[in-house]
Ligand binder design. Structure first.
Ligand SMILES: Cc1cc2nc3c(=O)[nH]c(=O)nc-3n(C[C@H](O)[C@H](O)[C@H](O)COP(=O)(O)O)c2cc1C
Length: 191
């Protein structure tokens, strides 16, 4: 089962890279996952430039960057969106990338890992509402990471003391990824 970790920020010095690496390492521990980290910064997507809403345009002709993004994201069976909280929501870069999608996520599961002062909880709720319209199935379990810049090193290793907490972020990530595994397998069979 192909799982993509979507890194939802693009700014220089972003913490998102560390969070995504942590999620990637966790996902690689799930036996039946083939994991790929997909970094929005690699696509240089312009602001959506299409005359008709992508889902309502059977003859759409996406720009080159968008074509690359759509091809990539269409390859996966399941997703983990790594989102920060920018002004109580997701980043503009992530919203723009989602606006380009037509049916690449349809009937596939999407889990959310958020980070921010309150664990990115408000952005995670916004992201759920946005992703519903892509026809993705939202995995109910999620990770909301607080104190994110102190608990992860630059390679995405979680502080050992935090990792040992029974109800801490490591446990939440494991539960979320296990649930994602079930949803991915089940929806793949259903598709
Ligand atoms: C434009 C902007 C708006 C932000 N707004 C919030 C916010 O509403 N709530 C919050 O908890 N953190 C907020 N922050 C702090 C971010 O959570 C923090 O900078 C985080 O590292 C952003 O993710 P990134 O480093 O991957 O870009 C904001 C940061 C930026 C750059």
């Amino acid at each position: 089962m192909k799982i993509q970790i979507i890194l939802g920020t693009t700014r220089p010095g972003r913490v998102g890279e560390r969070v995504a690496k942590w999620v990637e390492a966790g996902a690689k521990e799930i036996n039946d996952f083939e994991v790929e980290l997909v970094d929005l910064a690699d696509f240089n997507l312009p602001l959506l430039d299409e005359p008709i809403s992508p889902r309502y345009n059977p003859e759409r002709n996406p720009n080159t960057a968008a074509k690359k993004w759509l091809d990539k994201v269409g390859q996966a069976d399941g997703y983990v969106f790594v989102t920060p909280e920018y002004n109580h929501s997701i980043s503009g870069a992530l919203k723009n990338a989602i606006d380009y999608l037509d049916y690449q996520l349809a009937k596939k599961p999407a889990a959310i890992v958020s980070y921010g002062t309150v664990g990115g909880a408000r952005s995670a709720e916004h992201l759920k509402a946005v992703l519903i319209e892509t026809k993705a199935a939202i995995v109910p379990e999620a990770v909301a990471l607080m104190d994110f810049s102190n608990v992860l090193d630059k390679d995405g290793n979680l502080d050992a003391e935090v990792a040992a907490k029974p109800y801490g972020p490591a446990a939440a990530l494991k539960t979320t990824l296990n649930e994602l595994s079930w949803w991915t397998r089940t929806l793949k069979a259903g598709r």
